[in-house]
Design a protein around this ligand. Sequence first.
Ligand code: SF4
Length: 331
Amino acid sequence: MKSEHLPIIEVKDLYVNFYTYAGVVKAIDGVSFTIYRGETYCLVGETGCGKSVTAKSLTKLIRPPGRIEKGQVLYYREPGKEPIDLLGLSEEELRRIRGAEISYIFQDPSASLDPLYNIGYQISETMYDHGLISSIKEGFLKAVDILKSVLMPDPETRVKNYPHELSGGMKQRAVIGISLSNNPRLVIADEPTTALDATVQDQIMDLLKKLKKEKNLTVLLITHNMGLVADMCDRVAVMYAGRIVEEADIYELFKNPLHPYTKALLKAVPNPVKKIDKLESIPGTVPNLIYPPPGCRFHPRCQYAMEKCKSERPPEIWVSSTHRVSCWLYS
Ligand code: SF4
């Protein structure tokens, strides 16, 4: 944990459903966690486990047929002051916070950029909308500096370019520039490198690490990549089927994983120092969340499943002050 353990976001008992023609998808089922100032907190898990839905819920970016059913997202704007429940704010109030105090970097930079406007305009517009500059023209000068800070090659030219004139890596640098242009307190990076090729992925993650250090950012990183988790994060929460099944600081999680799902995830990651013939896979498939398994949602795939795992939700057990697990094996 960082900054004397001062929280910036506290998510309490969050539930999100999606009302589809096929039935109600219980996407987030009682998720709680705290992000502290200055840290990189990571949500990790397979595709469809609810990481992105959780991230979007923080500023009520869930659109119909999705609905936030219950919970609180307490935002500590200033350390030591009373928090604001973001879920209780109006759309207008949230618009002032999104992009200014809490900003997002999404996985596909092409979808984040407007093809009709050049990069300089898009950076300027973000700053103008939040009152940081008095005109778009003023923003163009600042945009060059912002592009320099995200190590964009030839920023004076790129500021006049349209998204289609940039490579995938350049587009993501531009998106990061837009995201940081208002000096946000919290950056939510949702699979920021998934749409990029491997070498560019490394460059973008190095850039994020550099910017985090320089600007003392707090980052929520969403990923399915355990390598990125090891490289970037201070603390990590492992999600499975809409629930957090384990949370620990990064060293503890890799050294002493407790939940059978976390153990299986780690065994499925290549180890650069240990020669193995075959990576292990997790048997079975992720459950259909219209009809989630009762009890522990991991029980149909768990080799340690007991009778009560099939009917009773496992409690949350704190095994140390920084390590919690939801599994009947530790109760
Ligand atoms: Fe496996 Fe039971 Fe633990 Fe779930 S609660 S992970 S089924 S042992």
